[in-house]
Design a protein around this ligand. Structure first.
Ligand SMILES: Nc1ncnc2c1ncn2[C@@H]1O[C@H](COP(=O)(O)OP(=O)(O)OP(=O)(O)O)[C@@H](O)[C@H]1O
Length: 193
């Protein structure tokens, strides 16, 4: 899997506050980075800058490989049954493994349920199913464990390990660490003035 993600001398400003500055990182195949930091320090903002969804106040980002972002807003139509909402993306992503992915994420029995009725954890698993179908080399995961039970938390660690072993990159903002090899901590507090 061809993947590279590099940030150079990033600064982030939200409203009239600069949250962090002087942040550089360079990630290659297999790297898993754990962004740590207190509420409001700027973890989500950093992920959105890395994804290209938020302009940095200073600095630049280089990406080689498509981005798969999972945050608290799953891009699944709330009014469609889950199977149809995921099917929309499998057609766009050209994924032929939708059934196997749904099975892996314990979603098979929920495919007829409208997305808006899913529980927090089920919704998170649905967002992860979309991510897997996307086959993107760079995963940006914002609080992927929140709302998940122990079994699902173990599953997320497994998926990240497999992604890393296949040469993918994962950047994970989380208040809890994942049990994953090559899990490297990145303390955002070091870049706060
Ligand atoms: N659109 C915006 N305009 C102004 N300030 C914003 C905007 N979006 C976020 N912020 C502020 O930027 C700061 C960082 O927010 P961010 O969501 O990146 O933090 P976080 O580290 O992910 O927090 P948490 O751990 O609570 O999820 C917060 O103080 C937040 O209020």
């Amino acid at each position: 899997m061809q993947a590279r993600l590099a940030a150079s001398d990033l600064a982030c400003r939200r409203g009239d506050r600069v949250l962090f500055r002087g942040l550089s990182l360079a990630l290659g195949p297999g790297d898993v980075l754990h962004i740590e930091g207190a509420n409001g320090i700027g973890k989500t903002s950093l992920l959105r800058i890395l994804a290209g969804l938020l302009a940095p106040y200073a600095g630049s980002v280089e990406r080689e490989g498509a981005i798969g972002l999972v945050d608290e807003r799953p891009a699944l139509d709330p009014d469609l049954p889950l199977g149809k909402a995921l099917g929309f993306w499998s057609r766009i992503d050209g994924s032929s493994e939708a059934a196997a992915i749904a099975e892996r994420l314990a979603l098979t029995d929920l495919l007829d349920v409208p997305v808006r009725y899913l529980s927090t954890g089920q919704r998170k698993r649905a967002a992860l199913a979309r991510l897997m179908g996307q086959d993107a080399p760079i995963w940006l995961l914002d609080e992927p464990l929140s709302g998940l039970d122990e079994v699902s938390r173990g599953l997320v660690a497994e998926l990240v390990s497999e992604h890393s072993a296949a040469g993918g990159i994962a950047v994970i903002a989380s208040h809890q660490p994942l049990v994953v090899e090559r899990f490297e901590a990145f303390a955002l507090a070091e870049y706060v003035l």
